[in-house]
Every structure is written in structure tokens, then in C-alpha cells.
Design a protein around this ligand. Structure first.
Ligand code: NAD
Ligand code: UDP
Ligand code: UDP
Length: 342
């Protein structure tokens, strides 16, 4: 550990959507950041503005291979998150989740460093209880197209808990629910970026299935704040803890809202539902409220507005990364503190 409170922090997957926002956030808190990424789905554009930062360092590396560096804390985010991308090379997805987790845990063990895992609501699979709380063991197909991701992330959680029990490692597990915001890749394939890109281009919005399936969308700034609070939480608390926005929407509702907000004349077209697509998803965030004093502050209308603005400017070539970073308006979190703690 360095002398003052500032730490050297490793962010794997740091050039991705969430990872790049986390790098911004940690630097703003005064920490040194080592970003490790193999650029599988991440982009240099996401971190271009940080390359000149004196406390930022970038290392191109695939976490399925061992990594020897010296840090105080590790956020393990490396893994493609969009179904389109994680199904493109499913064996690599499992390797990234499982071998990547093992290597980062080995690194944390050697350094006696605290380590946080970016897990996912996908560990609940197509859930049979609603909303999902952390006690639910899930309903997951072990052999389907989504299994490389779902089972990979479940195995990673197992490894984290076993390193905690067997090696007394300080671990934290966040189960992240659908998160969106600026810096999602325009071709990411996830629903929010797809709908916005389609609406802005005046193309039909592709709703899969009948569009009655639900998701709950969390704005990126809220999510990053939740990850940081989890890392900072007392040693005895390791989670898993759900981080997500508990307001649930159908995909048709989302499509209609995006069309209206973009002022677009696009239609909606219905396409086949991908296999094992979960029917309903909504986090129970009571544990995060109690243990982290956390709840989302940015509603869907506000978050979509910022995201649409980002994609508009991206299309027009007008995105300056400094402009979009960081999206953490201090007053939002002041308001949140006020609501939670009076
Ligand atoms: P993303 O695809 O934008 O970012 C993932 C990053 O990991 C990319 O920069 C990619 O290049 C990198 N990466 C992939 N494989 C790697 C490897 N083998 N070695 C090194 N780097 C590698 O996705 P994201 O939305 O930012 O997700 C980040 C993390 O959060 C992932 O672990 C994901 O599973 C988790 N998560 C995200 C969401 C969400 O809605 N965004 C929901 C649940 C969980
Ligand atoms: N590891 C790593 N960096 C380190 C220490 C370990 O990447 O600084 C890797 C190591 O190569 C191994 C994994 O982490 O594959 C697990 O390490 P651990 O020491 O827990 O287990 P072991 O090496 O005994 O299998
Ligand atoms: N979806 C959709 N149209 C798209 C992309 C996704 O209707 O262009 C649906 C998808 O079938 C799922 C939901 O939107 O029901 C969320 O998909 P996403 O890939 O964003 O994340 P998931 O929660 O499925 O991992």
C-alpha cells in the first residue's frame, strides 16, 4: 500500500464499457490504476483520454494467462458481456471466466490483495422466483448457448468463495444486472445500444420474441458507485450482492420509449427469440441497501437521454471522451445519501 490512502488498483477488462468508467472513477478518487485488457470487446477509444494521465497505466494482456504485477486491490471485470459476443467464441468465454478468475485469485493470494468479481444476474438463469434475491440458486441450462457465460460466471463465484474459505482471501462478489450508458459499443448487440442505434438511423427496432420479456436497466454511474462501495465494505461482507435498478420494463416498452425519445419514425419488427432468453429479470436490492447504503439514483428517462446523446454525438463524430467521462454527478449521490440516511 502506498503512503496516503491512495492504492494501486488493477482493473481487468478496463477498456470495456464498465471497466473504463471504473478506471475514471478510481482515478478521480486519487488511486493509481493499472488497466489490463486484451481488447476482445473493449476499445482503445474508451480509455484514450486516460493514456496521458500520470496515475494510469495500460497493459495489453489476456487474463487466461498468468499475470505477475504488484497491486493493492483487484476489480476483475474481464469478460465479454453481450450475448452476441460471448457466444461468438464460447470456449474462450468459459476460459476467460474460469481461468481468468483463477489467475486473478492466484495473483490476489500472492499479494494478499482484496479482489472483487463482476458476476452477473445470469447466474440466476431463467429465474423461477421474482424478483431475484441473493439466496436464490438459479435455474440455469448447463448445455445451452448462454451456458458458457452463465456457468463460467457461476464457476468463478465458486472459485471466489473457495479462495475465501481455503486461503482466507478477502473477496467481494457483485451480481450485476443489465447496465447501460455512454461508451457501450455501437455494435455491442445488447438491447439498449441496438435500439438507440436503430432509432437514430431510422431503421426498424428489432424486438426479439413478442417483446413481453422484462429487464431492469441500471445507469452506469450508479453501478460503478455500487462496485466501489462493495469493495470498500467491511471485510466480513463478501456478498454476493445484487447491483441493479429494480424498475422493470418489457422490451416493447423500451422500444417505444427509445423511439419517442429519439424523435424517430422507426417501426418495431419482431424477430425470433434467442434460445434460453430469460423471461423476467428484476433485482431485489435490499441487501445492497442494507450493507452498502446503495440504491440507483438515475431513472431510465434520464439515463436514456444521456445515452442517446452519446450515440448521437458518436455518429456525428462529435464525441470527445473527456466530455463523457465521468458521468457521476456529485449531486446525484448527495441526493441518494440524503434519501438513504436522512
Ligand atoms: P465489455 O464487453 O464492454 O467489457 C469487457 C472487457 O473485458 C472488454 O474490454 C474486453 O476486451 C475485456 N476482455 C474480454 N476477455 C478478456 C480476456 N481474456 N483478457 C483480458 N480482457 C478481456 O462488457 P461490460 O458490460 O463492460 O462488462 C464488464 C463486466 O461486467 C463483465 O465481466 C460482465 O460479465 C459484467 N457484467 C456486465 C453487465 C452489463 O450489463 N454491462 C451485466 C452483468 C455483468
Ligand atoms: N498466478 C498469477 N499471478 C500470480 C500468482 C498466481 O497469475 O501472481 C496464477 C498461477 O499461474 C496459477 C493461478 O494463479 O495458475 C492460481 O494460483 P495459486 O497460487 O492459487 O494456485 P497454484 O499455483 O498452486 O495452482
Ligand atoms: N433484445 C431485443 N432486441 C435486440 C437485442 C436484445 O429484443 O436487438 C432482447 C433480448 O432478447 C433480451 C433483452 O432484449 O430479452 C435483453 O437483451 P441483452 O442482450 O441486452 O441482455 P441479456 O439480459 O439478455 O443478457
Amino acid at each position: 500500500m502506498k503512503e496516503n490512502d491512495s492504492k494501486r488498483i488493477l482493473v481487468t477488462g478496463g477498456a470495456g464499457f464498465l471497466g473504463s468508467h471504473l478506471c475514471d472513477y478510481l482515478l478521480a478518487k486519487g488511486h493509481d490504476v493499472l488497466c489490463v485488457d486484451n481488447f476482445y470487446t473493449g476499445s482503445k477509444r474508451n480509455i484514450a483520454h486516460l493514456l496521458v494521465h500520470p496515475r494510469f497505466e495500460l497493459l495489453r494482456h489476456d487474463v487466461t494467462f498468468p499475470l505477475y504485477v504488484e497491486v493493492d486491490e483487484i476489480y476483475n471485470l474481464a469478460c465479454p458481456a453481450s450475448p452476441v459476443h460471448y457466444q461468438n467464441d464460447p470456449v474462450q468465454t468459459t476460459k476467460t471466466s474460469v481461468h481468468g478468475a483463477l489467475n486473478m485469485l492466484g495473483l490476489a493470494k500472492r499479494l494478499k490483495a482484496k479482489i472483487l468479481q463482476a458476476s452477473t444476474s445470469e447466474v440466476y438463469g431463467d429465474p423461477q422466483i421474482h424478483p431475484q434475491d441473493e439466496c436464490y440458486w438459479g435455474h440455469v441450462n448447463p448445455i445451452g448457448l448462454r451456458s458458457c457465460y452463465d456457468e463460467g460466471k457461476r464457476c468463478a463465484e465458486t472459485l471466489f468463495m473457495d479462495y475465501r474459505r481455503q486461503h482466507k482471501l478477502s473477496v467481494k462478489i457483485a451480481r450485476i444486472f443489465n447496465t447501460y450508458g455512454p461508451r457501450m459499443h455501437p455494435n455491442d448487440g445488447r438491447v439498449v445500444s441496438n435500439f438507440i442505434m436503430q432509432a437514430l438511423a431510422g431503421q426498424p427496432l428489432t424486438v426479439y420474441g413478442d417483446g413481453a420479456q422484462t429487464r431492469s436497466f441500471c445507469y452506469v454511474g450508479d453501478l460503478i458507485d455500487g462496485l466501489y462501495r462493495l469493495m470498500e465494505s467491511p471485510d466480513g461482507f463478501c456478498g454476493p450482492v445484487n447491483l441493479g435498478n429494480p424498475v422493470e420494463h418489457t422490451m416493447v416498452e423500451l422500444a417505444e420509449r427509445v423511439i419517442a425519445m429519439c424523435g424517430s419514425g422507426s417501426d418495431i419488427v419482431f424477430q425470433p427469440l434467442p434460445s434460453d432468453d430469460p423471461v423476467r429479470r428484476r433485482p431485489d436490492i435490499a441487501l445492497a441497501r442494507d450493507m452498502l447504503g446503495w440504491e440507483p439514483a438515475v431513472g431510465l428517462a434520464d439515463g436514456l437521454e444521456r445515452t442517446i446523446d452519446y450515440f448521437r454525438r458518436l455518429q456525428g463524430g462529435g464525441v470527445q471522451e473527456e466530455e463523457t467521462a465521468p458521468p457521476y454527478l456529485p449531486q446525484e449521490h448527495a441526493m441518494q445519501e440524503q434519501r438513504l440516511h436522512g
